[in-house]
Every structure is written in C-alpha cells, then in structure tokens.
Design a protein around this ligand. Structure first.
Ligand SMILES: Nc1nc2c(c(=O)[nH]1)N[C@@H](CN(C=O)c1ccc(C(=O)N[C@@H](CCC(=O)O)C(=O)O)cc1)CN2
Ligand SMILES: NCC(=O)N[C@@H]1O[C@H](COP(=O)([O-])[O-])[C@@H](O)[C@H]1O
Length: 213
C-alpha cells in the first residue's frame, strides 16, 4: 500500500511514521512527502530517508483554495497513493478535493475532538482551565476536523503547564497513535464506518506515557 504524507512544518509525526515503516512495523511504502511550505523540515526528513518529495508552495501562489487543490491533485495523481496522511498540513482542503479522497485521507488533530476544532488548541484548553487534553486521529471530511474519529489519546493538564509543555506531552502521544492508525489502515483497510477506539488512559505523571500499541 502506497502512503503519501502532507506536511507544512517540522514533520515529527512524519518521522514517527517513517521510523515505523523502516522498522517493518507498517507494511507499506511512503511514496511521497509533499509540503505547501518551502523549506519545511519535514521535507529534509523525507530526503534523509530517500523518500520522493514535492513542494507545492501555497504562500503567494495567487491560487484560490480550489485552484491550489486542483494542482495538488495533479501532483498526487503521479504517485497514485492508497492513503493520504495529513501530518501537520496546515491548509483547509476544498470540498471537491476532500470528496475525491474521502475514506482514504486521515488527519491528526491536537485535541480531544469534538472539542477545539481548528487552531490554537493547547492555548484554548489552558485558557479554559481544562484538566485533560489530548489528540485525535480522524478521517478527513469537508467539515473541518469533523470527520469520524478513529483513535484518541488523553493526557493530563497540570497547573504549571504552559503551551509548550502541553504541546510536548500531546506530541508524545501523537507519535504513538498516528503510526498505529496508519498500520491499522494499511493492514485492515479501516473504513469510515469504523467506530472510534478511545485509549482511556489514566492521568499519569507529567512525564507522559506511551499508549498501548
Ligand atoms: N476540509 C478539511 N481540510 C482539512 C482538515 C479537515 O478536517 N477538513 N483537517 C485540517 C488539519 N487542521 C487541523 O487539524 C487544520 C489545518 C489548517 C487550518 C487553517 O485554519 N488553515 C488556514 C491557514 C493557516 C496557516 O496558514 O497557518 C487556511 O487554510 O486558510 C485549520 C485546521 C487539514 N485540512
Ligand atoms: N490543525 C492541525 C494541527 O495543528 N496539527 C498539529 O500540527 C503538529 C505538526 O507537528 P509535526 O510537523 O512535528 O508533525 C502536530 O502537533 C499536529 O497535531
């Protein structure tokens, strides 16, 4: 099964998936890493792993959202991916593009959906004085961060937490559950009708923990 990963930044989730593929834990092939941001470090990670990369810059492209997505689809078509993994891909995708890939496109979102759809999730959780937060992997649909949830992981929020500390604790769980979901998809061909599986983890010490694989 061929996997295309779309990134906009650091690519730590991409790296966790690359590592799982390299270690044989995900029986698939990353056929492409594409970024909408020139110089995104995720592209460097892909090149270091010998994975094909493409850049389709969105900043100053002069393209509408729909026009950009038409170009994005042309690039993806060259690689014929079976699964599209959004890994910190910071663009809202158009209705037509989502409909074309619905059921084989997933995203990782740094909140316990349906809470905190959109951006700045850690800041919002802290401002609301939540005592727990987390991450969700979901199918991508036209509704932003509204697609069927596949897997979530929960982390505690402590009084002394700031956005950086909380984001780090959440990302530790991201790097566990995203490769797991990709593995499930590649091995079992998850369908959008599959219900959510919630990793109901107890509130553990600030060092965080790895959810069960
Ligand atoms: N149609 C959909 N597109 C995307 C989804 C989705 O569920 N449906 N998930 C997002 C990922 N995402 C949060 O998980 C997200 C990404 C980007 C934005 C956003 O507001 N982007 C702005 C630009 C922001 C920037 O450049 O920093 C925009 O596109 O105008 C919100 C949520 C991926 N796409
Ligand atoms: N709304 C989408 C969103 O905020 N996604 C978040 O972007 C980060 C990408 O990190 P990475 O580039 O190191 O994988 C991740 O924390 C992911 O949850």
């Amino acid at each position: 099964m061929k996997i295309a990963v779309l990134v906009s930044g650091n690519g730590s989730n991409l790296q966790s998936i690359i590592d799982h593929v390299t270690q044989g834990k995900i029986p698939g092939e990353i056929c492409l890493v594409l970024s909408n941001v020139v110089g995104a470090y995720g592209l460097e990670r892909a090149q270091q792993a010998g994975i094909a990369t493409e850049i389709l810059a969105s900043k100053d492209s002069g393209l509408s959202r729909e026009e950009y997505d038409i170009e994005l689809d042309k690039v993806l078509a060259k690689y014929e991916p079976d699964l599209i993994v959004l890994a910190g891909f910071m663009r809202i995708l158009s209705y037509a593009f989502v409909k074309q890939y619905e059921g084989k496109m997933i995203n990782i979102h740094p909140s316990l959906l349906p809470k905190y759809k959109g951006l700045h999730t850690h800041q919002r959780a802290l401002e609301n004085k939540d005592t727990e937060h987390g991450v969700s992997v979901h199918f991508v649909t036209a509704e932003l961060d509204g697609g069927p949830v596949i897997l979530q992981a929960k982390v505690p929020i402590f009084a002394e937490d700031d956005e950086t500390i909380l984001a780090e604790r959440v990302q530790q769980q991201e790097h566990v559950i995203y490769p797991l979901v990709v593995k499930w998809f590649v091995e079992k061909r998850l369908t959008m009708s599959d219900g959510a599986a919630f990793l109901d983890n107890a509130l553990l010490p600030a060092k965080g923990y790895a959810a069960e694989e």
